[in-house]
Write a protein that binds this ligand. Structure first.
Ligand code: AMP
Ligand code: SF4
Length: 465
């Protein structure tokens, strides 16, 4: 169930057209997107005649030893790394999904979350559809009602109109690759060129990983079709807007990725700079929580002229804290994952930068550790506004009840985490850092870009939403 989840990241998709060793390239692409999900990975490859699939639970390296990868021969492929959002875990929900169809087999994979999936699923099941998984991504396959008069593209366009929410979809047939983004542009998807072929990816860092050059971002409501005649574009909807997810910049994406032309590291650094302007405080050092907050910390330090220090070290061999199942284990996990550098911290007035506070677990634990190391003062600065509302678009920002800022003022949060002072970046500051573009900020403002069906009511059981 959507609201019984732990804090997880979202998914990543990667596609290849007309390149030898497509599955190997996809493997490297998925490696570069591994931060977007480590729960499951899959690749479907086409040799021009038939589609073959390998997928399993676990990280890319675990699912694809060389011997397995070698079996996936062909020059077209799509791949997926996943953490469960809608639908829960289990091998049946690992993507891409492969469908054997009278009109030709096809495979699909998806990043995001369909907010009307329950309604669509119910309707489809009433009309006789049988689902292989509980994932909302499979709905698109059932919606593609290809009759003998329509082309696959027409069938896709018709199907996509029904979907509301966030998605970056890749669809592979034996000789075509389709890539599409939701009409609000919530999830990123970019195209790259390599030799005589094309690559499509959730993040541009995966283009660099396979040596492809960036061509352009896919637009909201757009379907890009790549086949032996080349690459062309169509729109399933013209009722579009650019509402890319702010959390892609703040937390999810890799710092070396560019989203809609704006580099993630630079945008985080800008958040830090603006935060220094908005929430200055006297201190001796600035430190960041590795890794996602280091860019913001360097921006804060530069703007405030307070030295940046490496005050926290991350153990890279421990999984991310949020895969721990219980609060108690999570707290233990934070301790194992991060170690303060005593000689840097002791006796110092510390400005501690994190990119966000969700439940407050991480901040509380780090403040406690810094005190144990003898920090004289701890001033917590958060490089994003307060998260006051859940995400319904595939980013797991936890349940409403768990969001510390949904129920507490800044001062109350400060007391709960035990810092000497606490400040968040303002919404205006975030807008400025993202170049005053339009973006989704619903988890900070409750202004959701789509209709939410009964999701709000489910989240609103206590009537406070
Ligand atoms: P919390 O301890 O629950 O307050 O989580 C905050 C920490 O988790 C911060 O250090 C963030 O870098 C990180 N974070 C923020 N958003 C997410 C997310 N959706 N999934 C996992 N971690 C996140
Ligand atoms: Fe991103 Fe927040 Fe919008 Fe979800 S609600 S898409 S996390 S900005």
């Amino acid at each position: 169930m959507l609201y019984d989840r732990e804090l997880h990241e979202e998914c990543g998709v990667f596609g290849v057209f007309n390149l030898a060793n497509a599955s190997e390239l996809t493997y490297y692409g998925l490696h570069a997107l591994q931060h977007r999900g480590q729960e499951g990975a899959g690749i479907v490859v086409s040799d021009g005649e038939k589609l073959n699939s390998v997928k399993n639970e676990g990280s890319v390296r675990f699912v694809f030893p060389e011997s397995v990868l070698k079996k996936l021969q062909g020059n077209m492929a799509i791949g997926h790394v996943r953490y469960s959002t809608t639908g829960g875990g289990g091998i049946l929900n690992v993507q891409p999904f492969l469908f054997r169809h009278g009109e030709g087999d096809f495979a699909l994979c998806h990043n995001g979350n369909i907010v009307n999936s329950k309604e669509l699923r119910r309707n489809l099941e009433m009309k006789g559809s049988i689902f292989q998984s509980s994932s909302d991504s499979e709905i698109l396959a059932h919606l593609i009602k290809k009759d003998y008069r329509s082309t696959r593209l027409d069938a896709l366009k018709e199907a996509l109109i029904y979907l509301e929410g966030a998605f970056a979809f890749l669809v592979l047939t034996k000789d075509k690759l389709y890539a599409m983004r939701d009409r609000h542009g919530l999830r990123p998807l970019s195209i790259g060129k390599l030799d005589n072929g094309y690559v499509v990816t959730s993040e541009t860092c995966a283009l660099d990983a396979v040596g492809a050059t960036f061509v352009r971002d896919i637009e909201p409501g757009e379907i890009v079709i790549i086949d032996n005649n080349g690459i062309y574009s169509d729109f399933y909807s013209r009722d579009t807007e650019d509402k890319i997810c702010a959390m892609e910049y703040i937390y999810f994406s890799r710092p070396d990725s560019d989203l809609l032309g704006l580099n993630v590291h630079r945008s985080r650094k800008e958040c830090g700079r603006i935060l220094a302007r908005e929430a200055a405080v006297e201190a001796d050092i600035v430190i960041g929580v590795p890794d996602s907050s280091l860019s913001a910390a360097s921006g804060y330090a530069e703007a405030s002229k307070i030295p940046y220090e490496m005050g926290l070290i991350k153990n890279r061999y421990i999984g991310r804290t949020f895969i721990e199942p219980s609060q108690a284990l999570r707290e233990k996990g934070v301790k194992m994952k991060l170690s303060p550098v005593r000689s840097v911290i002791a006796g110092k007035r510390v400005i501690l930068i994190d990119d966000s506070i969700v439940r407050g677990t991480t901040s509380k634990k780090i403040v406690e550790m810094l005190r144990q190391m003898g920090a004289a003062e701890i001033h917590m600065r958060i490089a994003s506004p307060q998260i006051i509302s859940p995400c319904f678009y595939g980013v797991d920002t936890s349940t409403y009840e768990e969001l510390i800022s949904a129920f507490h003022s800044v001062e109350e949060v400060r007391q709960l985490i035990g810092a000497d002072s606490l400040a968040f970046l303002s919404m205006d500051g975030l807008k400025e850092a993202l170049g005053n573009r339009d973006f989704c900020h619903a988890c900070f403002t409750k202004h959701y870009p789509t209709h939410l069906y009964d999701l709000i009511e489910n989240a609103n059981k206590d009537g406070k939403f």
